[in-house]
Ligand binder design. Structure first.
Ligand SMILES: C[S@@+](CC[C@H](N)C(=O)[O-])C[C@H]1O[C@@H](n2cnc3c(N)ncnc32)[C@H](O)[C@@H]1O
Length: 382
C-alpha cells in the first residue's frame, strides 16, 4: 500500500476547506435538533492517526477491522496519516482500545489551516484553536499537544505556549501531564491540522502517543521504559509487597522497577544481573533458562505477577508462559513482550495469543511507544 505524502496532503487540506460548512463536524455542536443534525451531516469523520512508522499499515488494518469503510485520505509523514471513517470518535476510540494493537494515538480532525508553515501562521493557529473551545469542557483540565513535522517555522514549544496562554486567559486550567482534554495540532509544510477532544478519545495522554520518561540515574536498561509504559497503559495495579517472577530479567531493569515499588523478585536469566542488584535480598537470581527453571520448580500459585521479556521465539515463549501459569496465583496478571519477525506480524500475534489463551485471558495487546520489533500483551490467569 503506497501513500504519497505531500500531494495528497495538499489535496486533503484544500478538500476539507471546500466542504460546505454544514458538513463540517466543527459546526455540529450548535445544532440542538438531532434529526436536523443527522440530516445535514455526512456520517463520516476524519481522524489524524499515529502509529510507529514501520507499523502504519498494521495500524490502518486495526481501523479497517472495526470500520470496513475506512480509507486513508492523506499521509502527513511516516506513521502519521489521515483516515476517513464512519465511526464517531467515541466509538472508534472504544473499539480500538478493545481490539487495536498498532494505533498509538488519534484525534478527530476539526479544522485545517491551509498555509505554508512559518511564524506568520501563529496568529491563525491561536485563532482557530480558540474557535474550537466549544468542543472542550471549561471545568476540565487541558493541554496543547503540538507536533511540528516541518523543518521550518516555530517549534512545538512555541506553539504550545502561545495556544496554552490563550486558553488560560479564557479561564481554562492547564495540566500538561494528566490533562482531561487536548487541543491537538499537527503542523506540516503546507497545512496545520487541528482537533480538540477528550483525552479518552485520543487513546493516549501524550501527543502522538509518544510517552517519554525522564531518565532515572539508577536505570539499568532501556527496557525499563517499556515496563513503565505498560504499567500506565494496562489496568494493572502492582500487588502490594507481592512477589514477581521475571523471566528474561538480565540485566535487571524490570527487576529494579519492581524492587523500587516494594515487590520481591525471582529473576530468571542465564545472563548476569547488574552488580547493583546482586546484593539486594529482595532479588533472587536464578542463573538458568526459563525452561530449566520451570522444570525444576514444583510449587504452585507462588507469584502475584509474572513478566516475560525473553528474547526468544514468541510461540516458544507463549508455551513457557502457559507452563509458568501454574506458579501464578488465581486471577492474577502477567505481562509479556512478543518479539515479532519483520513479516506476517499479525499472524504471529494471532498464533501466539491462541497458545496463551489455554492458560490466560488476553486483556490487551499494544505496540507501545517503547516497543521496537515487538508488542506487549497483558494477560490474566484463567
Ligand atoms: C531484552 S532482554 C531483557 C531485559 C530486561 N527486561 C531488563 O529490563 O533489563 C532479554 C533477555 O532474555 C534472556 N533470555 C533469552 N532466552 C532466555 C531463556 N530461554 N530463558 C531465560 N532468559 C532468556 C536473555 O539472556 C536476555 O537477558
Amino acid at each position: 500500500m503506497q501513500v504519497s505524502h505531500r500531494a495528497r496532503e495538499m489535496d486533503l487540506a484544500i478538500a476539507f476547506h471546500s466542504l460546505d460548512f454544514h458538513q463540517r463536524p466543527s459546526h455540529t455542536e450548535n445544532m440542538n435538533d438531532q434529526n436536523l443534525r443527522d440530516h445535514l451531516l455526512p456520517l463520516r469523520w476524519q481522524y489524524v492517526v499515529t502509529a510507529a512508522p514501520e507499523s502504519w499499515e498494521l495500524a490502518f488494518q486495526d481501523i479497517i477491522n472495526v470500520d470496513a469503510s475506512a480509507r486513508i485520505i492523506a499521509s502527513l509523514s511516516p506513521g502519521i496519516f489521515v483516515v476517513d471513517s464512519a465511526l464517531r470518535s467515541v466509538d472508534l476510540a472504544q473499539q480500538l482500545r478493545t481490539s487495536g494493537i498498532f494505533v498509538r494515538h488519534l484525534f478527530l480532525l476539526l479544522d485545517v489551516i491551509v498555509q505554508r508553515y512559518g511564524h506568520e501562521c501563529l496568529p491563525k493557529i491561536v485563532d482557530v484553536s480558540i474557535g474550537l473551545r466549544r468542543h472542550l469542557n471549561p471545568a476540565q483540565s487541558f493541554s496543547v499537544q503540538t507536533r511540528t513535522l516541518s523543518q521550518d517555522g516555530p517549534g512545538n514549544f512555541e506553539v504550545n505556549t502561545l495556544v496554552s496562554n490563550a486558553f488560560m486567559a479564557l479561564g481554562f486550567r492547564l495540566d500538561v501531564k494528566h490533562p482531561d482534554q487536548a487541543i491537538s495540532i499537527v503542523c506540516t509544510d503546507f497545512a496545520v491540522y487541528l482537533g480538540a477532544s477528550s483525552i479518552a478519545h485520543n487513546l493516549s495522554d501524550w501527543a502522538g502517543g509518544m510517552r517519554r520518561f525522564a531518565r532515572d540515574a539508577n536505570q539499568l536498561s532501556r527496557a525499563e521504559f517499556k515496563l513503565l509504559e505498560a504499567l500506565e497503559v494496562f489496568p494493572l495495579d502492582l500487588p502490594y509487597q507481592g512477589t514477581v517472577l521475571d523471566l528474561g530479567a538480565a540485566p535487571g531493569g524490570w527487576t529494579r522497577v519492581f524492587r523500587e515499588r516494594g515487590l520481591t523478585v525471582v529473576a530468571v536469566d542465564p545472563a548476569m544481573l547488574d552488580a547493583r542488584l546482586t546484593k539486594d535480598r529482595g532479588v533472587t537470581h536464578v542463573p538458568s533458562t526459563a525452561e530449566t527453571y520451570l522444570k525444576k520448580t514444583s510449587g504452585s500459585e507462588i507469584f502475584d505477577l509474572i513478566v516475560n521479556d525473553m528474547r526468544i521465539d514468541t510461540t516458544r515463549s507463549a508455551r513457557l508462559m502457559c507452563e509458568a501459569s501454574k506458579l501464578l496465583k488465581r486471577d492474577q496478571f502477567a505481562l509479556m513482550t512478543l518479539k515479532l519477525p519483520a513479516k506476517h506480524q499479525r499472524r504471529r500475534i494471532r498464533n501466539t495469543l491462541s497458545v496463551l489463551s489455554q492458560s490466560y485471558r488476553v486483556g490487551g495487546v499494544r505496540k507501545l511507544f517503547h516497543n521496537r520489533s515487538e508488542v506487549t500483551a497483558f494477560l490474566q490467569k484463567r
